[in-house]
Design a protein around this ligand. Structure first.
Ligand code: GLP
Length: 241
């Protein structure tokens, strides 16, 4: 595991965008695993700038997002599909058919999850996966005590996750209680992983993830076993290390 300590959110975002851009330059048909939430917002803005200024070409890139709220349509402003188009896809030259996000409105969840896994496999697997981390140590929406062997599946969100994400909704009652998420096994299959964290609310989870024991109670701790993991953290997030 490689730990890159940076000063603040701005630097974390710049470093991460440059790593992503480098991946696309090296392999123009890269398969990228993408994350949502507050953490990567600025990274996506930096990536859009790199596309505009340096001509980073996304025309052959394929993307798979980590997760989507169950029950939200892709046109719902709180959906992760909407987030991705708003923050990134609309501003770069990616083909719509090359972008993949679980369908939160799927009628048959197990078919949706199985076909998402199949699509990742058929694309050749994820070359570079971007991750954030929940304050409770979750990655994607894999909550504590979720199964390390799980692939894409429907998850029940923890109360603390619902509370943490309520800031993006009008009220906490609007936050979905379930989500479709890549499983830990899906995430670990990525060739390379970059995990981003900023702010002191992530400090404890990061400490447990990096130097604690590997346990489903801290889902991110399993990343200790990944062969190519880079963690980019700001000073506050790294304050307990
Ligand atoms: C959310 C997402 C994760 C994200 C994490 C942290 O619930 N499902 O993919 O990494 O929690 O979110 P944030 O970046 O807003 O702190």
């Amino acid at each position: 595991m490689k730990i890159v300590k940076v000063a603040d959110y701005e630097e974390m975002s710049r470093v991460a965008a440059e790593l992503l851009a480098e991946q696309v330059k090296q392999k123009p048909d890269s398969v990228l695993g993408l994350a949502t939430g507050g953490t990567p917002v600025r990274m996506y803005q930096e990536l859009v700038e790199l596309h505009q200024k340096e001509g980073i070409d996304f025309s052959e890139v394929k993307t798979f997002n980590l997760d989507e709220y169950y029950g939200l349509d892709k046109n719902n402003e709180q959906s992760y599909a909407y987030y991705m188009w708003d923050n990134l896809f609309s501003h770069i030259n990616i083909k719509e058919e090359n972008t993949h996000i679980p369908n939160g409105k799927a009628k048959d969840i197990s078919t949706e999850c199985a076909s998402y896994e199949r699509a990742i496999r058929e694309a050749g697997g994820v070359d570079l996966q971007i991750l954030g981390i929940g304050a409770n140590g979750h990655i994607g929406f894999n909550e504590p005590d979720d199964n390390f062997e799980a692939v894409t599946h429907l998850v029940e969100l923890e109360e603390s996750t619902i509370e943490a994400n309520a800031r993006f909704f009008e009220s906490i009652e609007e936050v979905p209680t379930k989500a479709i998420s890549m499983g830990i096994k899906t995430i670990l299959n990525a060739e390379k992983i970059i995990l981003l964290a900023n702010g002191e609310s992530k400090a404890k989870a990061l400490q447990e993830m990096i130097s604690g024991k590997i346990t489903p109670e801290v889902p991110a701790s399993i990343l200790q076993l990944h062969k190519d993991l880079t963690i980019v953290i700001d000073q506050e997030a790294g304050s307990c290390l």
